[in-house]
Write a protein that binds this ligand. Structure first.
Ligand code: E4P
Length: 220
C-alpha cells in the first residue's frame, strides 16, 4: 500500500518525507490557496522533495483549456499527475493526456459508476472522497469496497484506487483491509497513526529499567 500526503505545505511535506514513508503527494486548489503561494513554485519544490507522483489539479472545466493546463503542469516534471474532475470533459481530457504519456488522477469521485468511467478513460488514479461521503451521512468506505471489487474483475483496468478525503487513521486501516492501492493522508492524520498510549507507557518503562542497568549500547 502506498502513502501519499494530502497537502501543499512544503515544510510539512519535507518533514514527513524524511520518515521515508511518503510515496507521493496530492494537492488541490483549496490546499494551494491555503498556502497563499505561487502554484508552480510550490509544485517545483514538492517535485524536488518527493520522487513519486505529485498531483496538480487543473482549474478549467472545458476540455480544450483542461488539456492546455494539463500539458503545462506536466512540463514541470515527469512525475506530475494531472488532476482532472470527474466530468465528461474531464474524462475526455484524461484520455487525451494519458495517450500523451501523462499520468492523470481523476478527482471528485463519489460513486462506483464514476469510478468505472475513470478506469475506462485510462486514468492512472481515481480519487474517491470518503470523508465527504461520510460527512453527508453515507458510507465512504463502502464505496472503496465496491471499487476494489469491480476493478479486481477486469485485468485491463490499470487505474489505481487512491483513497482521498481521509479524516482519521481508521479510514487508512479500512482502506488497507480492502486492498486499496493508495491512501492520500493529511499530515495530522499521518502523525496520529504513530500514536498509541501503550507505546508511550511501554517505552517509558523500558527506558526506566534500562537506566537501572547502568549500561550503554554505544560505549563498547
Ligand atoms: C485529494 O486528492 C483530495 O483533493 C482531498 O483528499 C480532499 O480532501 P477534503 O475532503 O478533506 O477536502
Amino acid at each position: 500500500m502506498k502513502f501519499f500526503v494530502d497537502t501543499a505545505d512544503v515544510a510539512e511535506i519535507k518533514e514527513l518525507a524524511a520518515t521515508g514513508l511518503v510515496d507521493g503527494v496530492t494537492t488541490n486548489p483549496s490546499l494551494v490557496a491555503k498556502t497563499g503561494r505561487d502554484f508552480f513554485e510550490v509544485l517545483r519544490e514538492i517535485c524536488d522533495i518527493v520522487d513519486g507522483p505529485i498531483s496538480a489539479e487543473v482549474a478549467a472545466t472545458d476540455y480544450d483549456t483542461m488539456l492546455a493546463e494539463g500539458r503545462a503542469l506536466s512540463k514541470l516534471a515527469d512525475h506530475i499527475a494531472v488532476k482532472v474532475p470527474l466530468t465528461p470533459d474531464g474524462l475526455k481530457a484524461c484520455k487525451a493526456l494519458t495517450s500523451e504519456g501523462i499520468m492523470v488522477n481523476v478527482t471528485l469521485c463519489f460513486s462506483a459508476a464514476q469510478a468505472i468511467l475513470a478506469a475506462k478513460a485510462g486514468a492512472s488514479f481515481v480519487s474517491p472522497f470518503v470523508g465527504r461521503i461520510d460527512d453527508v451521512g453515507s458510507d465512504g468506505m463502502a464505496l472503496i469496497a465496491d471499487i476494489v471489487e469491480i476493478y479486481a474483475g477486469y485485468l485491463d483496468f490499470e487505474t489505481e484506487i487512491l483513497v482521498a478525503s481521509v479524516r482519521h487513521p481508521m479510514h487508512v486501516v479500512d482502506a488497507a483491509k480492502m486492498g486499496a492501492d493508495i491512501v492520500t493522508i493529511p499530515p495530522g492524520v499521518l502523525r496520529a497513526m504513530f500514536n498509541h498510549p501503550l507505546t508511550d507507557k511501554g517505552l517509558a518503562a523500558f527506558l526506566a529499567d534500562w537506566k537501572k542497568t547502568g549500561q550503554s549500547i554505544l560505549d563498547r
